[in-house]
Structure formats: structure tokens, C-alpha cells
Design a protein around this ligand. Structure first.
Ligand code: SF4
Length: 234
């Protein structure tokens, strides 16, 4: 295995706080995770390593602390990806991380910038050929929900055949752009509507909550600004 994506939920304080909410122990989960990452760097050749940083309004300013915990010799091996925690988008709206991203870049770190996916779908979970198999045989499409409290999209039976649930058919029988808001939306080609999971959970009158128009417009703006700067410097 040479390709990894590992997630931190903020700096040491925030990451440990979140992990200790899930598992009560005294371990410094942040330090443990970083040490495991460094071990990967020391042992795996031709590595492709994405370090995803989940951010919220609360932890955003503390995220720069992570830079101090990465030894210089490993800087080159990491691509940072900053992702706003999706639950907070519904409450706090889109929170730009440009300032933090620029500080990482200024300190010599590689950062995956927001970009438009060149795909004709919203999320990999909306594609027919994608599934996640939980250890108990439950099948899910979306990886952004709690597998324990979420109804499965299918069940893997003893013969290795998936028995799909009604939820799966409800999810996959709709397009993600069927709402009038999307059909008349100027950024539709860059968005492809809310994902199938959000549409499953959608309640009438709450479309603004599942529509990320501000985020899509921001990504278009950043992508075009970047392109302009590159062309100008040629
Ligand atoms: S930005 Fe909102 S309205 Fe426009 S396509 Fe995306 S989800 Fe639909």
C-alpha cells in the first residue's frame, strides 16, 4: 500500500478532545497518530500521503500549531487538505480557510487547494460501483455518517451477494439535480446538486441547508484567481 489519507481533528488539544469523546482513555492520540505517520514516511517508498485536517470555526486558528509538530525532513512527503466539518456547514455556513492555507504554503508545506472535480457527479458515494462494507456485513454508500446508528443500504449475505435495502433504491433512483433550484442554478455544472445522502435526509423547506452555493462560488473564484495569477506570471 502506498496511498494514504489520514485525518486530524485539529491541533493536539482539539484532536485529543474529540478522540477522547469517543474512546475514554489517557492516551495522547494526537502524538500516537503523528508517530505512526512518521513511521509510514520512514518505511514506505513512492508514497502518496494526504493529511486531511477537519476544521471548524472553533479550531481553525489553532490548526497552524500542527506545522510545529512536523519535522522538516517530512515536510515534502505530506499534502495537506483542509476540510470544513460538514455538520458545521449546516449551522455556520461556509468558513473559508484561506488564511491558514496561505500560512502553511508560506512555511513550505504542500496544500491541496479547493478545486472543481472534473466529474459528472457530486460525490463518489453517488456512483453505482462504490460501496463500503462494514465488518458486520452491512453495506453503506455514504462514508460521512456514523455506521452504527445509520440504516444500511444493503447487507452482504453468506453467499457474497448484497441484498439491497429500500433506502438504497430510494437513494439511487433519483438524480442529484432534480430540484428546481438546481435546474435553474448558474453553478450547476460545477456542483451537481446536493449529494444523495443529503437528499435522503432532506426535509421540505430546508433546501438552503443542503445547498453549498457559497462554497461552490468560492471555489470557482479561487480557481479562476489562481489561473489568472499563473497566466499573468508567464
Ligand atoms: S449550488 Fe445549490 S442550487 Fe446550485 S446546483 Fe448546487 S445544490 Fe443545486
Amino acid at each position: 500500500m502506498t496511498s494514504f489519507q489520514i485525518t486530524l481533528d485539529g491541533n493536539e488539544t482539539f484532536h485529543n478532545r474529540i478522540k477522547h469523546q469517543k474512546v475514554q482513555n489517557e492516551r495522547n492520540e494526537y502524538k500516537l497518530l503523528l508517530n505512526n505517520i512518521f513511521e509510514i514516511f520512514d518505511t514506505v517508498k513512492n508514497l502518496c500521503f494526504l493529511l486531511r485536517i477537519n476544521y471548524t470555526k472553533a479550531n481553525l486558528s489553532s490548526i497552524c500549531d500542527i506545522m510545529n509538530d512536523i519535522p522538516d525532513k517530512y515536510k515534502e512527503k505530506i499534502i495537506f487538505s483542509f476540510q470544513q466539518v460538514w455538520q458545521t456547514q449546516e449551522i455556520e455556513g461556509h468558513i473559508p480557510a484561506d488564511e491558514v492555507i496561505n500560512r502553511f504554503i508560506a512555511n513550505g508545506f504542500k496544500v491541496s487547494k479547493p478545486h472543481l472535480e472534473p466529474f459528472f457527479y457530486r460525490c463518489y458515494a453517488d456512483v453505482l460501483g462504490q460501496i463500503v462494507v462494514a465488518p458486520n456485513g452491512n453495506i453503506f454508500k455514504c462514508t460521512a455518517r456514523d455506521f452504527e446508528n445509520q440504516p444500511p443500504d444493503g447487507i452482504l449475505n453468506k453467499d457474497g451477494v448484497i441484498e439491497w435495502t429500500d433506502q438504497y433504491y430510494r437513494r439511487m433512483s433519483k438524480t442529484t439535480i432534480e430540484y428546481e433550484n438546481c435546474l435553474t442554478c448558474p453553478v450547476l455544472p460545477a456542483c451537481w446538486g446536493p449529494c444523495s445522502q443529503k437528499l435522503l435526509e432532506y426535509q421540505k423547506g430546508t433546501f438552503d441547508i443542503i445547498c453549498n452555493v457559497a462554497g461552490v462560488k468560492q471555489t470557482i473564484y479561487l480557481t479562476l484567481t489562481d489561473f489568472y495569477k499563473k497566466v499573468k506570471s508567464l
